[in-house]
Every structure is written in C-alpha cells, then in structure tokens.
Design a protein around this ligand. Structure first.
Ligand code: BGC
Length: 373
C-alpha cells in the first residue's frame, strides 16, 4: 500500500508531490499512511461481544495505517445509528464502515455520504435498498447456514461435519425445532435458507420432524437476535408440543446468544445435560458458548474470525478512499434490492469440542485460561 502510493506520487511528478506535502498528507493525498484522515466505523451494539471484538479490530487495522477512527456503537437503536453516521459525515470522515442494526434504515444518510463522495463499506451485514453502498466485506453466509445444519446432523450421528452421510446412521425420527435471526438483517435469510437446504431432504424422508410445524423463517425469527426473546419462544414450543412426554432432540440456533436462551428454557423445563439433552448449534464462538460446548450444553458454534474480517474491511475502505482497486471475490451473490454489491467473502469454520484447541486457542482468538478458567 505504502509502496504503491509512493510510486504513484513519483509518477505524478514533483509538483503534485509537493502539493500533497503542503496539504498535510490527508488519507486521499496518497501519502500511503492515513496522515490523520478520519474513517467512521458504525457498529450495532456492545451487547454481543463479537461486535466489540470487530470494532476494536477494525480500529486497530486502520490506526496501524495512520488513520484516525471514529468508532461508534448504537446499542441496537436505529435513530442513534443514523445520527452517529450523520456526525461522522459532518466531522469529515473520508470513508465509512457500517455494520447496520436494520439494513434497510440507512438509505437517506447513505445518500448524504454519496453526495459527499465518501465511500461506504457494508460490514458483515448488507446495507439494503440503496445504490449508495460501494463494497461488502462478510463471510460466506450461505455456507454458515449449511454448517449450522451439518453441525446438528453431526451431533445426531447422521453426517460428518462436512455433510457426508454416515453409514449405518440412526433412522430417527428426531424431533427438531428451528430458530432464525432478526428479519431486518439480510444475513438471517442466508443462515436460515442455508440450513434448510441441508435439512429439507431429512425432513422429507421423515428422519427429522419439526413437531411444532414452525418451519418458515417468519415463524422462527428472533427480533434483534435477542436471547430472552428466544428463551420465551423455546418455553412456548416446549409447553405446546412436548408436554406429552416427547423430547426435543435438536435445536437449530443461528447465534450463540440465542443458543444460551434456548439452553435456559430447556434447563427450566427439566432437561439435564448428558443423555436426552438436545443437540444445539450456534454462531460466533462467544466465550460463554465455547464454555457451553466444553461442558456439553451446546454442540457446536460457527467461528468467524473477526480479526480477518476487520482487516479485510479496513483494507477495502483505505483502497476505496485512495481510488485504488478494491479486491473482491464475489460480485453476484449479494443483491440489496438495488444492485449486486461487490463483496469479499471469508470462510467460516465449524467448532465442536474436539477442535476448540486448534481453531480458537492455537490461533489466539481465546486463551486457554479464558476457555478453561
Ligand atoms: C452476524 C452474526 C451474528 C448476528 C447477531 C449477524 O449479522 O453475521 O455473526 O451472530 O448478526 O449479532
């Protein structure tokens, strides 16, 4: 980055170089080091530790390149997020990195960013219904959904973690209940559809039975990914469908915070870990859920290395504001109802008890002490 910018300065000639020097070398002057230019980073909430880790990692990646960072959390309140972004624009941010609360609510403020020629990177969650988003950094969200389903099937002894059928697998039937994320988050659809495309043949042949009959994303949704909301839906599902001495054998959960709500409801209903405890999926490798995997309450989580996502998004923002080529690897999957948003997708990883050490501790994501202490 630095080298490229220096070369372009040389190519542009001494006059331009000296002008750039006089201007104090702001981010888009091509100094290659941020030179104090501000980049605004809008995050949804501190109530989930993944977003705290994301925010810190993006901030560090940008500061390492000499940028100033205006990092804001909106505590899942949409007007707060809108005014935070407004402030960033007013304060002269030269690029925006936005993880939205509700991807459809930022259209007006993003139009203001466009008018001010500020490039916008959607972070993890797609910004919907707007032309005014330039790039998208995320994980392969359909694959996340596939992996959540495979982890459940693996826990039931039906497939390997990559979905390969296990010979002599039990015939079932297994009772399963389904949870989805927040309907205002485009990712929720990718996760749920990705899981259902894997489950459907098992539902069709009777191996999996959704006893409640609640199989649509609208029925399974959890507003704002809230654990307590999930807990009370799980309580209702148990009361309405499992009061006849039948047991739920598996629960599809799209996020660790939701999994913890489900675990709470099961415990309150008298389920105990060990035999007869359901297989539960998750996402984000939050520390409490990694511990829950270790002690057998949760079967799996999907690890998305936020450090990598942060680096990618920071790199995209810097390249975009400097007019450099922004690297993408999927320009056709993520349509936001206005356009296909050029995207960079990272690879998620399934974590079960056996690979906590390799994926989470050896990579430094969590320390041994955090996991086992
Ligand atoms: C993210 C997930 C996260 C969820 C709840 C989604 O947009 O992709 O990683 O679990 O939001 O915060």
């Amino acid at each position: 980055m630095k080298k490229r910018a220096v070369l372009s300065l040389i190519a542009a000639g001494a006059m331009v170089a000296s002008l750039a020097a006089c201007s104090g070398g702001s981010g888009d002057s091509g100094s290659g080091e941020g030179g104090g230019a501000i980049i605004g980073v809008a995050m949804p909430t501190k109530s989930s530790e993944r977003w705290i880790a994301d925010g810190n990692a993006v901030k560090k990646a940008l500061e390492d390149q000499g940028y100033k960072v205006d990092l804001q959390y909106a505590e899942d309140d949409i007007p707060t997020q809108v005014s935070q972004i407004e402030n960033m624009i007013t304060k002269g941010a030269e690029a925006l990195i936005v993880a939205s609360i509700d991807g459809t609510t930022l259209t007006n403020i993003l139009a203001d960013a466009k008018d001010a020629e500020i490039p916008v990177i959607a972070y993890d969650r797609l910004l919907m219904d707007t032309e005014d988003v330039d790039y998208y950094a995320t994980f392969d969200n359909q694959l996340v959904g596939n992996q959540q389903a495979w982890s459940v099937l693996n826990g039931l002894g039906l497939t390997e973690l990559d979905g390969t059928p296990i010979e002599g697998a039990p015939a079932g039937p297994f009772n399963i209940e389904l949870f989805a994320g927040s309907l205002d988050d485009n990712n929720a659809f990718f996760f749920f559809n990705g899981a259902m495309e894997i489950f459907q043949p098992f539902i069709d042949n009777g191996t999996l039975v959704v006893k409640s009959g609640q199989t649509t994303i609208e029925q399974a949704a959890t507003l704002r990914w809230d654990g307590e909301t999930a807990q009370s839906r799980m309580e209702d599902l148990l009361t309405a469908n499992y009061s006849d001495n039948s047991k739920v054998n598996a629960v599809l959960s799209p996020y660790d915070g939701i999994s913890r709500g489900i675990i709470g409801a099961l415990t309150d209903a008298g389920y105990t870990t060990g035999e007869g405890w359901p297989i539960i999926s998750g996402q984000d490798a939050e520390i409490d859920s990694v511990k829950a995997i270790n002690n057998g309450e949760q079967y799996a989580t999907i690890f998305k290395d936020t450090r990598e996502l942060a680096k990618k998004a920071a790199g995209m923002a810097i390249a975009a504001l400097n007019g450099d080529t922004v690297e993408t690897n999927d320009d056709s999957t993520y349509n936001n109802n206005k356009k296909d948003v050029p995207s960079y997708l990272l690879e998620p990883v399934i974590v079960v008890k056996d690979n906590i050490q390799k994926e989470l501790i050896d990579t430094g994501y969590w320390t041994e002490k955090e996991v086992n202490g």
